[in-house]
Structures are given as C-alpha cells and as structure tokens.
Design a protein around this ligand. Sequence first.
Ligand code: ADP
Ligand code: MG
Length: 285
Amino acid sequence: SVPLAFFGGIGAASSEGVLVKGSNYLEQLSKVDVIVSDKTGTLTQGKFKVNEVIEVNGKKDEILHLAALAEGYSTHPIALSILDAVGEDIDHSLVSDSRNVAGQGIIARLGDDLLYVGNKTLMDNHHIEAERIDSYETLIYVAKNTELLGIIKISDAIKPEARGAIQSLYKNGVKTFMMLTGDKEEVAKHVADELHISKYYAELLPGEKVEKVEEILSGSHNALAFIGDGINDAPVLSRADIGIAMGSLGSDAAIEAADVVIMDDDLSRLSKVIHIAKKTLSISK
Ligand code: ADP
Ligand code: MG
C-alpha cells in the first residue's frame, strides 16, 4: 500500500503547480542526480522573435510569406514566431501537404512547388545550396524546390529564473545538469555559457537525444529526469526515469507521455518539488 505521506507529498507538489502522476515518481524525484534538459521552451521562453531576413534569391516579403505558408500547421515555437512576423492572415488552404521533419523543419507542397523551411541540415539533405553563417541566432533557411530564397534570423530569450533554478538543483543533490538541443552549436553554447551549464550537445536529432539519454541510463546514476516541452521529444520523455513536461507550452502528447508536469513552465518549481519529494520519503520511512 502507498504510505499516507505520499498523498501529502503529491498534494504539496500540486500546490506548487507541479502535477506528479504517481507516488513512484515522487520516490524517483527524491533520488534524482542527473537532469537532462531540452533548450527551447525549457531553458528559453520558447517565444522566438524574427530579427532579420537575409535575402538570397528572394525578397523579404516573399520569404516570410512562403515560410508562414509552410509553417501553418506546425505548433513549434519557431512556426509561431514566423506566423507572428507575417501578421496578416495566411490562406493555408493553398498548401496541400506539409510534413514535419523532426529536428530539421518543414517540407510543404504549394501547387507544383515544394517549400523547405528549416535548418541547414534540412537544406543539405535535399541538396539545396546554403551557406553556413556564424551567429548565435537560430537560422531558418527558406527554399523553393532547389533554390534558397533567404534566411530568417530568429532568437529566443533565456528564462529569467533559469540560472537560479539550476543553481538550486545543484544544492538539492543534482550532480549533472546537461542540455540537449537540436539547435545549432553557437546558439547552444551561448545559452550554456549564460546559465553556467558545463555539459551540452547541439545539433541532435530527436533519435540522437534518445541515444544520449540511454548512454547515461546505462552508466551509474540514481535517477535521471528529462525535462522538455516535448515538441519533437516525446520518445526521450518516456525513456527517462522521470519525464517532466512543461504544461503550458507542451503538446498534449507530451503532457500525456510525461510523469511530472510543471503547469506554468516555471523552472524554479523543479527544485522545490525535489525538496518536497525528499521530505516525503524521509517521513514515510
Ligand atoms: P530543440 O532541441 O531546441 O527543442 P527541436 O528538436 O524542436 O529543437 O528542433 C531543432 C531544430 O530543427 C530547430 O532549431 C530548427 O532549426 C529546426 N526546426 C524544428 N522544427 C522546425 C519548424 N517547425 N520550422 C523550422 N525549423 C524547425
Ligand atoms: Mg524541443
């Protein structure tokens, strides 16, 4: 049977805005020593802003407009920023097919043309000539068929509470805090430097995030938590000892797959819940 203290612990977590889906996760949280984190929407606000459009073979308005058409069905924070920058209503019915390539971007059909909107890897994989630009902004390449039209520079602000939240995790028994991201190296390095995160891996596909987590899981550790908004990341969320999703940004699938949900996305709630878990376990013994 489940000791009464666990109900108290789950209740206390819930008053902190954290949904813990079972007493076993409270127990795992009390032992957590490794946290693996996604970047976008977890350490950053997940609200990108379009800063600049670089014209290559297209004009600014056309580049943004075609990107917005391709992104019309995506709920990725990148898609929302592009739709926001265009402002006006887009006639999404013009797009007959659009496909999310996880960790790379979108491919959409517009009449007889194919639109490619995503990172450099997406361009490389479809033999679209695109230059690599050195910048700690995220770059979204926009191409029609084999021609690169332009590059949209976007950026996402780091959450104000993130640095303090990571510090208090270390004070609560966490030994390793690692960031995994599909975004490019320079962006990852910038965020890692700002947040004093010593370990990070960039330019990972969702499958490679799973491989990294499995590598750590096979080594010595007490409990591994993965925290993310879960967009593109549901597999890694369910593979971790404890999968933690952001409640307001996370997709329904992610919230479903998660063991723990931070309802308002405030990262500092995590160390509070670990503290509650430790207290609960000490009472129940
Ligand atoms: P993260 O690890 O930061 O959460 P994702 O795995 O969701 O990132 O995406 C990795 C990269 O793939 C993004 O930085 C972007 O370059 C590209 N990408 C993913 N989804 C989209 C999209 N809807 N539109 C354009 N690019 C995308
Ligand atoms: Mg993500």
